[in-house]
Ligand binder design. Structure first.
Ligand SMILES: Cc1ncc(COP(=O)(O)O)c(C=O)c1O
Length: 379
């Protein structure tokens, strides 16, 4: 056995082994396709037609954007994104992960401090690690703790938050965070991975909803969740785009987006203003689950968004519960420690415009059965 296999074995013995899931479950409570864009037949047809217009061009970018990978179409898509979000500039990245790593690693250097909510996504943590900046965590969504940390830090300060947190599903008090940042002369970065499509007019996100475009230095929007595709963009002033083009390594040293990816992003943006009904359906199912939570034997996190979490403490218990749901046709995933705090292991429930009241009822029934079995085990 080599050391890598030994590490895998060690993980498995601690109930922490990651494995690629199966695909034959029926009820989707796990994907990030909140508005059903990824399966929207009309959108799929539009993407085909859009790509067809450029069919005589190359299918791939053929190089990085700074070499052979720039073209009129990619610039058109970036202009459309910037126009939609009413910001001066947008720069595309191959994924949200690449955008966050590329942004944080170059935006802060050793004189600077990154002050980050303790629940921010791994990609932001990795980007911060790659920068030379000092790193400080503040308590999740805790304005008092943020202000206290900012008051003691010298030099350039950059605060990093998400609009909707990916594991807890709660919303950042962004207006108040922006006010605190202003008071302590800190810059603000917002990851809207789970906010875009869902929050704000036409799904433009929380920054736009609160009119904070001027206050936020950089907003990261990703296209793999409510937008149904893949990729990301960083929104902000023109100087930020110029700076990223010069210093962001995950932008510079990678192949530009393919024709299909660009067409998908372009068409998804066109669909966003027409998705009010899907947003309404999503809100209805969120409200329905919210009423049902009160009858549940488990503790739920107090989220009011499409991301919900049922606490089932203990890695072993939570994975058993997830397996039981899956065996009954429900696609929902267990999230273990250390991805979340010890004791806060959970089943993450993602809601979608296409989930039905019957599906939520079925989920609740299955959870109630699991709770009964656990009681029997403990008793
Ligand atoms: C908050 C947050 N930011 C960034 C990402 C990464 O985005 P992508 O999947 O486009 O790489 C994710 C995805 O899980 C996320 O939840």
């Amino acid at each position: 056995m080599n050391k890598y296999q030994a590490r895998l074995l060690d993980r498995a013995s601690k109930n922490l082994l990651r494995q690629l899931p199966k695909f034959d479950w029926q009820t989707d409570f796990y994907s990030n396709d909140y508005l059903g864009f990824a399966r929207n037949k009309g959108l799929i047809e539009q993407i085909k037609a859009e790509s067809q217009q450029y069919a005589n061009q190359q299918i791939g970018a053929t190089g990085s954007r700074l070499l052979s990978g720039n073209n009129r179409y990619v610039e058109k898509v970036e202009t459309a994104i910037a126009t939609f979000h009413q910001v001066p500039a947008a720069l595309l990245f191959n994924s949200g992960f690449a955008a966050n790593v590329g942004l944080l690693s170059c935006i802060a250097d050793k004189e600077d401090t990154l002050i980050m909510d303790e629940l921010i996504h791994a990609s932001l943590i990795d980007g911060a690690r790659l920068s030379k900046a000092k790193r400080v965590r503040f308590k999740h969504n805790d304005l008092g703790d943020l202000a206290q940390k900012l008051a003691t830090i010298e030099g350039n300060k950059i605060v990093v938050v998400e609009s909707i947190y990916s594991m807890d599903g709660d919303i950042c008090p962004l207006k108040e965070v922006a006010d605190v940042c202003k008071k302590y002369q800190a810059q603000l970065i917002v990851d809207e991975a789970h906010g875009i499509g869902v929050l704000g007019d036409n799904g433009a996100g929380l920054v736009s909803q609160l009119g904070l475009n001027q206050e936020v230095m950089a907003t990261v929007v990703t296209f793999g969740k409510a937008m149904g595709g893949h990729g990301a963009a960083i929104l902000g002033p023109q100087w930020l785009k110029d700076y990223l083009v010069n210093f962001s390594r995950s932008f510079i040293f990678t192949t530009g987006p393919s024709l299909h990816q660009l067409a998908t992003i372009f068409c998804s943006y066109q669909l966003l203003p027409q998705a009010n009904q899907a947003r309404q359906q999503l809100q209805t199912i969120i409200n329905y689950l919210d009423t049902k939570k009160k009858e549940s034997p488990f503790t739920w996190l107090p989220s009011k968004t499409q991301i919900q979490a049922v606490l089932i403490p203990g890695n072993e218990f939570v994975m058993q519960a997830a397996e039981q749901l899956q065996a009954n046709g429900i696609a929902a995933m267990g999230i273990r420690y250390p991805s979340v705090a010890k004791g806060a292991e959970r089943i993450r429930i993602c809601l979608h415009a296409y989930n039905t009241v019957e599906e939520v009822d079925y989920l609740m029934e299955q959870l109630a059965l699991i709770a009964k079995q656990e009681l029997a085990l403990v008793g």
